[in-house]
Design a protein. Structure first.
Length: 248
């Protein structure tokens, strides 16, 4: 019980610092892509920030693993966290650091009870649009036959891809770009399903609430009707008794 409370306390205290580090990662990831003319020192500093942020999330996973009383169950139930921690070690690509950091941020954000579903979905949409645009721009800008050359082109492509519209005026031509496109399409479908299910659940709950209120009012009217009938019968009995007294 003490270990569990320590784990919960650590997750509560570390959540905001980790989210702040995630914002730092977003800036460090975006700067070399948006400013292609950045010198080597800026690019190196951004790379260091990315690795520091990933290392912080990896350390957070290890601390939570050390604090939990059931380590095997923790690893089994948090396998995605483990994959996100191991992923950048296998191949030092910036895209893998991006994917792993997004996974870890999403996992930690879902643990926060104060973050509601609507806020989470909105944040996921903005994050996927931003990082999807930056990721595809980084791999398509220098492609020989690529047609995504500017940040505006990348954002337009990300928006049409996530909404599964796909105008076709911009499309990735590299293997990594197409992998990013698949991820954005699947993410867009998943988020649309979450939003649709949330709206449907709201309507169902609303209809159930109205139905319960209607049944309560119907029961109250039926009870009142019975009381009125009883009062009529009592009045009729009293009137009949009064007439009998007058005759006698």
């Amino acid at each position: 019980m003490n270990e569990q409370s320590a784990q919960a306390r650590w997750e509560r205290l570390s959540q905001r610092p980790l989210l702040a580090l995630a914002v730092a990662f977003a800036v460090a990831y975006a700067v070399p892509i948006v400013d292609s003319s950045a010198d080597a020192s800026v690019t190196a500093a951004c790379t260091v920030v990315e690795w520091v942020v990933w290392g912080s999330f990896a350390a957070d996973y290890l601390v939570r693993l050390a604090l939990t009383p059931r380590r095997r169950e923790f690893v089994r139930t948090h396998w995605m966290d483990l994959c996100a921690v191991v992923l950048p070690i296998l191949q030092p690509l910036r895209l893998l650091r991006l994917v792993s950091t997004l996974l870890l941020v999403g996992r930690r954000a879902r643990m926060a009870s104060q973050i509601r579903l609507t806020t989470y979905v909105a944040g996921a949409v903005v994050g996927l649009l931003m990082f999807g645009s930056l990721a595809v721009l980084s791999v398509e800008r220098e492609a020989p036959h690529g047609n995504i050359r500017t940040l505006g082109d990348a954002m337009w492509w990300s928006f049409t891809t996530m909404t599964t519209v796909g105008y076709g005026d911009h499309a990735p031509t590299t293997g990594l770009g197409r992998i990013i496109a698949v991820g954005l399409m699947l993410s867009g479908i998943a988020l649309l399903g979450v939003v649709t299910a949330n709206i449907a659940a709201w309507f169902i709950a609303r209809f159930e609430k109205d139905d319960v209120e209607e049944r309560r009012q119907t029961a109250a009217i039926a009870e009142l009707t019975e009381e009125v009938r009883a009062l009529r019968a009592e009045v009729a009995a009293l009137a009949s008794a009064a007439r009998e007294e007058q005759r006698s």
